[in-house]
Unconditional design. Structure first.
Length: 459
């Protein structure tokens, strides 16, 4: 069943002395209702409609709703009054990365042709496929094509065919929103023909005709035009159209419905193309950072040489800053306190640690002369072999310098030790249950902890 959004927006009088001016305000809902119907900002709409294509198909009422959506997407001049410009034309706009198109189709037969075209594009997976289609009509049919029984029959057949097209395009994951005609201000209609054929009573009959042909039930959602224009019918200056701010209520109804009309999907993630390797590289910045690092290493300056200008004045006095207090020592020759041998030794230790993957600057290899099993490769295998085995990960590859026999022996030793300790605990052997529990916790035995809270006096 389609979802019909009724107005949750109230009117209130402005400061006008006559009290005839109105504007919208949002009705506050208690947090306990978990109501998600709130005003959607321009930033939220742009994020929701990013890389989306929306089509509005219909008459001038649908066009005004289209203009309102464009304004709320940041196109401030959309729908501006222009008596000299063309009216019955298609419009295409782009708001950041969102395509917003209006297709002029005032009559039901025009809408049927456009639906067939949209359906063909969707079936072909054409780039012209829209993510959402908003349709509306009925007023022009009531004025021009709804006078004789033959006209009524032809109109009904057109609606039935359009219903089939709507159902077909919805099956291709393109939601359809139907916008029913807004309230007609009969006394304000500009011609006698409109007063006789398109008054509010006749328009109400047309709304019922669309409902009987299941056009509304074939839609994914319905925006009820009279729900936000009934109380402001007096503001319709020509009997059909309203000021731009009136349509903002209908646009906010549609904006809130985007949450379920355009849900997030994995397909949006597939459109992302990561940049090529090296595209984001900055060689100049990389070389600059390397130069700063070498300056810090060779000048023994943790600030990458930035204090060189502060350390030496014209008198070559050494200034040492400690906790923000400058201490000036006597004149010393430049480089007198330098120890090149110690500097080279530290550089050698750093390079040994980097190239041999030893966080102890190579001393692990010195310790292995006296203690077996402390090579970095052995320590790595000891730390991660059990984790790989438990997590069903690929076995660790042998590091350079280690033999396959020692690797398999280490892995089997830990596995056998783990199984033996588990069996001893289950059998209740020994008095070292506390130590075994700690070992089991470290090795990930999988059993639940037996610790419990007790009063301090019972410990």
């Amino acid at each position: 069943m389609p979802t019909t959004i009724l107005s949750s927006i109230e009117n209130f009088a402005t400061c006008s002395p006559a009290g005839a001016g109105y504007t919208w305000r949002w009705e506050t809902s208690p947090s306990s209702t978990h109501c998600r119907f709130t005003q959607r900002t321009e930033k939220q709409l742009k994020k929701k409609l990013d890389h989306k294509r929306l089509a509005f198909v219909g008459d001038s009422m649908t066009r005004n709703l289209y203009h309102s959506i464009c304004r709320q997407m940041g196109i401030v001049n959309a729908g501006r009054y222009d008596t000299g410009g063309p009216k019955h034309i298609d419009i295409a706009r782009v708001a950041d990365k969102t395509n917003l198109d209006f297709i002029w189709a005032p009559l039901a037969v025009n809408q049927l042709d456009k639906m067939k075209e949209l359906n063909e594009n969707a079936m072909k997976r054409d780039m012209k496929k829209y993510d959402l289609v908003v349709m509306g009509g009925g007023a022009w049919d009531r004025l021009h094509r709804y006078q004789t029984p033959e006209d009524i029959t032809a109109h009904t057949d057109t609606l039935n065919a359009m219903k089939m097209q709507m159902t077909a395009i919805e099956q291709l994951d393109v939601p359809i929103v139907w916008f029913t005609p807004t309230t007609i201000n009969t006394p304000a209609l500009t011609t006698q023909e409109k007063k006789e054929r398109m008054n509010e009573i006749d328009t109400t009959e047309m709304r019922v005709a669309y409902d009987k042909t299941d056009i509304l039930s074939a839609s994914t959602m319905i925006i009820d035009g009279p729900s936000f224009t009934r109380e402001r019918v007096g503001e319709s200056y020509d009997g059909v159209h309203y000021p731009p701010d009136v349509y903002d209520a209908g646009a906010q109804m549609l904006a809130n419905a985007f949450d379920w009309l355009l849900p997030e999907s994995d397909a949006a993630l597939e459109k992302f193309t990561p940049p090529e390797t090296g595209k984001m590289a900055k060689p100049f910045l990389g070389m600059m950072m390397l130069c700063l690092c070498f300056i810090g290493l060779f000048f023994f300056d943790g600030f990458f040489g930035c204090l060189v200008g502060l350390l030496y004045e014209k008198t070559h006095a050494v200034v040492i800053y400690t906790n923000g207090i400058g201490i000036v020592y006597g004149q010393k020759k430049k480089g007198k306190m330098a120890k090149p041998f110690l500097g080279m030794m530290m550089l050698c230790l750093c390079f040994i640690g980097l190239f041999f993957f030893d966080g102890f600057f190579g001393f692990s290899y010195l310790a292995c002369l006296f203690i077996k099993g402390v090579l970095p490769s052995d320590l790595y295998l000891e730390a991660f072999s059990i984790l790989h085995e438990k997590s069903n990960l690929p076995p660790l590859s042998m590091a350079s310098g280690a033999s396959p026999e020692s690797s398999s022996f280490t892995s089997k030793k830990y596995k056998t030790s783990n199984n033996a300790s588990t069996a001893m605990r289950r059998a209740g052997v020994g008095d070292e249950s506390g130590v075994d529990d700690e070992i089991a916790a470290l090795l990930g035995d999988g059993r639940e902890s037996s610790l419990e809270l007790r009063p301090l006096g019972q410990l």
